[in-house]
Write a protein that binds this ligand. Structure first.
Ligand code: PLP
Length: 624
């Protein structure tokens, strides 16, 4: 039987494209990853390599965050339409209103698009700070779109929200701590504006997953039952219980289990019933975030239609008879934007763990080298584990001799090569083994290549580092070739945490293609639109990457709708308080001293200063 040749379908399966690509991403016949125009099936697709060529033609380089603007639009539509459908099917009597939490992606390109496209659904914004509230007030155009103010609020924050009310916005203050209420009442009195007051309920429902601490008794924000009673009494005493309109809860982000969501909604509605019974006007139930996305496929046990259906059904079930159905609000962030952004970066270099040149070992050579050579010449399926153990033992002995000054550098190098030869041979025998011992299983990781790539984990994928978040990662071209190497990906920061070494399926290495001289090898990291740009930091002073927003047209063309140059070196230096003028002046003095000390000539000084100025204008990432 001849061995089947590698196909693009094999690549699609290997990299799980169908699971995370949701039908928008696929592999074309030329082995390139391509994207389909969202929501217009059957139309020509666009290869990501073509978009990269367009980016380069416009004078920008990798790394780049590529935003597919119509994927944001599509998610807003899906969210609103799915709720509308559940509401219709279940006979719910009030509408749904979405708000996007600005903290999830504060980039103006994203917020403007959400406000522009979301206007047709009155999709609003959630603000957790004064700055975010100001973004909401300046960006939303439809006064029917809600603004939800969460977070700790001072008088200025509250005044801004009251001004939004004056401008006709449905702007809600969500009371997060007991002390906030008095300040809201005081400022409302001072500005003579009726506020829309809500509060965050501390539910006892606790969810699974990374963010379980957002819920339960020890969650940081929200009012417990006693504090809710005190709030009702304060509002009653002030004669303003009619200002209390909204109940909000947030169980955590990326909730994997729909049963936890149902339990949370049911508990929240029990609170809602009691507030109505106490005489509060109410009318709005805000479900917070938590709607999960599928980074790996199988991250959750529900999808969007099921989420909407279960939420609406749970509200109907738990609501006391005679109470009007509240308007449902959700604050879905991750599910709205995660899929729309892709991080694209090129590979700069590779370290392999292949044996180096192995000299012929004879009787006069170091005894340990002779032993290693014997082991290397004897590896078979039957003795693979023993050969592996012996090789590691002799290698470690040789390293000890080296430390004591009793082996030379060349002897050590030969020993390392012989050991790698044994390890590689044992690895090649693994597929034939009936049972693979744990130690040998790790050979895939121990011998994986390190691909050095042009990006910073800390700037562009902080969740990879902070919480082992797995994002889909794959090469975006050469997918018609079998990827014969295994690799982890290291970034530019030379920090031992600056790497991607956990991949879809919990794999510790990624199948990749060997690098070719003079040819870029480009990786895409997918679903990075939520939290990553916002939480990224300046580790090693690698700044914001270039960002390009494209719109995929139904005819298979694409339009560059927005472009944002990444940080220059001068930009990142100014973030840590070095002004370019200060740096240039101090560097000029250094160069002048060098002229005085006859290290350089005045003409060289001019050249060096010009290069320094040019470098200040440059990109912080590796430039060709
Ligand atoms: N609302 C609040 C109050 C949050 O704290 C968060 C984030 O954790 C969200 C909404 C967004 O959650 P998600 O991104 O899971 O939709």
């Amino acid at each position: 039987m001849t061995k089947k040749t590698w196909s693009v379908e094999d690549s699609a399966t290997l990299y799980n494209v169908a699971d995370w690509g949701k039908g928008y991403f696929s592999v074309n016949g030329a082995g390139q990853l391509q994207i389909a125009p969202p929501n217009v099936p059957g139309q020509p697709n666009v290869a990501l390599t073509d978009i990269i060529a367009g980016i380069k033609d416009r004078g920008m380089d990798l790394p780049v965050v590529l935003r597919i603007e119509n994927l944001i639009d599509l998610q807003i539509s899906r969210l609103n339409d799915s709720f509308a459908q559940a509401i219709d099917e279940l006979g719910y009597q009030s509408p749904y209103r979405g708000v996007f939490p600005i903290k999830v992606n504060q980039q103006s390109q994203v917020i403007e698009e959400i406000a522009r496209f979301g206007a047709r659904y009155n999709h609003g914004l959630e603000a957790g700070s004064k700055a975010e509230l100001m973004i909401a007030m300046a960006t939303l155009t439809e006064s029917g779109s809600y603004i939800i103010c969460n977070g700790y609020k001072d008088a200025e924050f509250i005044d801004l929200g009251l001004r939004a009310r004056q401008l006709g916005f449905q702007c809600f203050f969500v009371v997060e701590t007991p002390t906030e209420l008095n300040l809201i009442l005081e400022r409302a009195e001072a500005l003579q504006v009726e506020p829309l007051i809500g509060f965050r309920a501390k539910l006892s429902t606790q969810v699974e997953g990374h963010w379980s601490e957002d819920s339960g008794d020890r969650s940081l924000f929200g009012l417990n039952a006693n504090q809710i009673v005190a709030m009702i009494d304060t509002l009653k005493a002030a004669g303003h219980l009619d200002w209390l309109r909204l109940l909000h809860f947030h169980l955590g982000s990326q909730i994997p289990n729909i049963r936890d969501i149902r339990t949370g909604v049911m508990e929240a509605v029990r609170f809602y019933n009691q507030l109505v019974a106490e005489g509060a006007a109410m009318g709005y139930l805000d479900l917070g975030g938590g709607l999960a996305v599928n980074y790996e496929g199988g991250d959750t046990n529900y999808d969007l239609p099921e989420y909407c259906h279960d939420v609406v059904a749970s509200v109907i079930e738990a609501l006391d008879e005679g109470i009007e159905h509240p308007i449902l609000i959700s604050e879905s962030g991750r599910a709205t934007v995660a899929e729309s952004s892709i991080l694209l970066f090129n590979t700069l270099d590779v370290t392999t763990f292949e044996p180096g040149p192995i000299p012929t070992i004879g009787e006069d050579d170091h005894e340990l080298l002779q032993k290693l050579a014997d082991v290397a010449g004897d590896v078979q399926l039957a003795n693979a584990q023993q050969c592996f153990n012996d090789a590691i033992y002799y290698r470690d002995e040789l390293r000890e001799f080296f430390r004591l000054g009793q082996a030379t550098l060349r002897e050590r190098a030969a020993g390392e090569s012989l050991t790698l030869l044994v390890m590689q041979t044992v690895k090649s025998l693994l597929p034939q083994m009936r049972r693979i011992p744990k130690e040998l299983e790790a050979l895939h990781e121990d011998l994986a290549d390190i691909y050095y790539a042009n990006f910073s984990v800390f700037q562009s994928l902080p969740d990879t580092w902070a919480m082992d978040q797995i994002f889909p990662v794959m090469p975006i071209h050469r997918l018609d070739e079998e990827p014969k190497r295994e690799a982890v990906i290291a970034d530019l920061t030379c920090d031992c945490d600056g790497k991607i070494d956990l991949f879809v399926g919990g794999h510790k290495t990624l199948p990749v293609h060997g690098l070719r001289e003079g040819e870029d090898y480009v990786f895409g990291v997918f679903m990075v639109g939520a939290y990553q740009e916002t939480l990224g930091d300046l580790h090693n002073l690698f700044g914001d990457t270039n960002v390009v927003s494209v719109r995929i047209e139904s005819d298979g063309n694409f339009e560059f709708v927005r472009e944002l140059q990444g940080d220059s070196v001068a930009d990142v230096l100014s973030y840590v308080e070095y002004t370019p003028a200060w740096l240039s002046e101090h560097f000029r003095q250094t160069a002048e001293r060098a002229v005085r000390n006859k290290l350089i000539k005045p003409a060289q000084r001019r050249e060096i200063l010009e290069q320094f100025r040019e470098s200040l204008r440059g990109y912080t990432y590796y430039e060709h």
